[in-house]
Design a protein around this ligand. Structure first.
Ligand code: AMP
Ligand code: ZN
Length: 144
């Protein structure tokens, strides 16, 4: 069993006990077990990294809807845009900047689209705030 796998089995135990656990310099709580994007951020589920910094992680969407389809997530668990409190304003701005930075790095000079599906009517399927960066083709409006 790898060090990572050992660590996360401890996370699972801690989650069942309702506690957090420190592993690799970070404290994991129940979210790290139950949320797929928390697991991706933690490295428990593999992903193709595109960009990362102390606040955010960006990775390739597993089911791309455009030639460039990158997901940008905060490292901390925030369920949706609607769940982002006032003290998250700087983080929200940072995530938008990351989207623009990745678009520049990928040479999306003709433009791109940034989408934040929120809640049931927004079509959100993963309950960890994420920005979709879509590029490499023209996108129509309105969306479906
Ligand atoms: P949304 O419908 O806005 O919540 O977007 C969720 C996105 O997550 C979808 O575009 C999925 O293709 C993507 N997704 C789900 N699981 C994974 C994964 N393991 N790795 C990368 N992308 C994923
Ligand atoms: Zn999460």
């Amino acid at each position: 069993m790898t060090e990572m796998a050992r660590g996360f089995s401890n996370v699972a135990l801690a989650g069942r006990l309702g506690a957090g656990i420190e592993f690799g310099g970070r404290v994991y709580t129940g979210h790290a077990m139950s949320c797929i994007f928390c697991k991706i951020v933690a490295g428990e589920i593999p992903s193709t990294a595109v960009y990362q910094d102390e606040l955010s992680y960006a990775f390739a969407d597993i089911s791309p809807k455009s030639p460039v389809h990158v997901l940008i997530v905060p490292r901390e668990h925030i369920a949706s845009l609607d769940e982002a409190d006032k003290d998250k304003r700087a983080l929200l701005g940072h995530l938008l900047w990351v989207a623009a930075e990745i678009a520049r790095q990928k040479g999306l000079t003709k433009g791109y689209r940034v989408v934040v599906n929120t809640g049931e009517h927004g079509g959100q399927t993963v309950d960890h705030l994420h920005l979709h960066l879509l590029g490499g083709r023209a996108h129509t409006w309105p969306p479906g």
